[in-house]
Design a protein around this ligand. Structure first.
Ligand code: PLP
Length: 261
């Protein structure tokens, strides 16, 4: 067995049901053969039917976890997921600014769960827009998040939304189209880059809890292993497509994706 050499940190929320959040991130990292570390920002009471409770962790706990990991173990890529409050978003931006130069950051601007439960406060979106986007190597909003963050609620053109969000400062934006009709296509835009579309055949498997977390983590893993952004996105899309194909029923609602395919 080869021991992992790359280290990937997830800064995100816990999903007690094990389908999304930190739990999906660490499973994705294991599947990619990298060492996963975690900074918990919030704890959710959650299962296949919804989110029953959310508790943000104190800033001191978020900061202490981050320093423990980065100052000793080190980090080759970071995935940022659910942050919850404006204060946590601002703190995480401060902490990301202390990373050594060149560490890629994949920002999944998680806003609402598949069940419609809010996972971020309204005033936090401003901090995501004004501070976190500028620190991201790749931001991975879905269509709804992209519309909200770009301030274009009716816009449907993924590339147009991506270019609007590039102005907030990330190197790349991947606008995910999984909730749109037809074969799910994600559009990757970068500065002075051709727009790239990544399409997978539509899979009607309903057990898709945790797909966004899984995709962003898989991109971070590929970047930690030395890939470039378009290559990392393509490989991560293939990984999440396999994970959706193997998604399985657990509980009465939406089951998790599969990480062992
Ligand atoms: N719970 C946590 C802690 C998350 O981070 C996320 C998404 O990032 C979700 C739930 C939502 O997952 P889904 O929309 O796949 O149900």
């Amino acid at each position: 067995m080869t021991l992992p050499t790359a280290r990937v940190l997830t800064v995100a929320g816990s999903d007690s049901g094990g389908g999304a959040g930190i739990q999906a991130d660490l499973k994705t990292m294991l599947a990619h053969g990298v060492h996963g570390t975690s900074v918990l920002t919030a704890v959710t009471a959650q299962n296949s039917v919804g989110v029953q409770g959310v508790w943000g962790l104190p800033g001191a706990a978020v900061e202490a976890q981050f320093r423990s990991v980065v100052d000793d173990i080190g980090v080759d890529a970071v995935k940022v997921g659910m942050l919850g409050s404006a204060a946590t978003c601002a703190l995480v931006a401060d902490l990301l600014e202390t990373l050594p130069p060149g560490v890629p950051v994949v920002l999944d601007p998680v806003a609402v769960s598949k069940h419609g439960d809010a996972l971020i406060d309204d005033d936090a979106l401003d901090v995501v827009r004004t501070r976190l986007f500028g620190l991201a190597t790749v931001a991975t909003p879905n269509l709804d998040e992209a519309r909200t963050l770009a301030g274009r609620p009716a816009a449907t053109d993924q590339a147009g939304l991506g270019h609007a969000l590039l102005a907030l400062g990330p190197a790349w934006v991947l606008v995910k189209g999984g909730h749109a009709d037809g074969d799910p296509t994600d559009v990757l835009v970068g500065h002075d880059q051709p727009d790239r579309a990544f399409t997978a055949g539509r899979d009607d498997n309903a057990h898709t809890h945790g797909t966004g977390c899984t995709l962003a983590s898989a991109i971070a893993c590929r970047l930690a292993l030395g890939g470039d952004v378009p290559g990392a996105v393509g490989a991560a899309k293939a990984y999440v497509t396999g994970a959706i194909a193997g998604g399985f029923a657990l509980g009465a609602g939406i089951g998790p994706t599969d990480h062992l395919w």
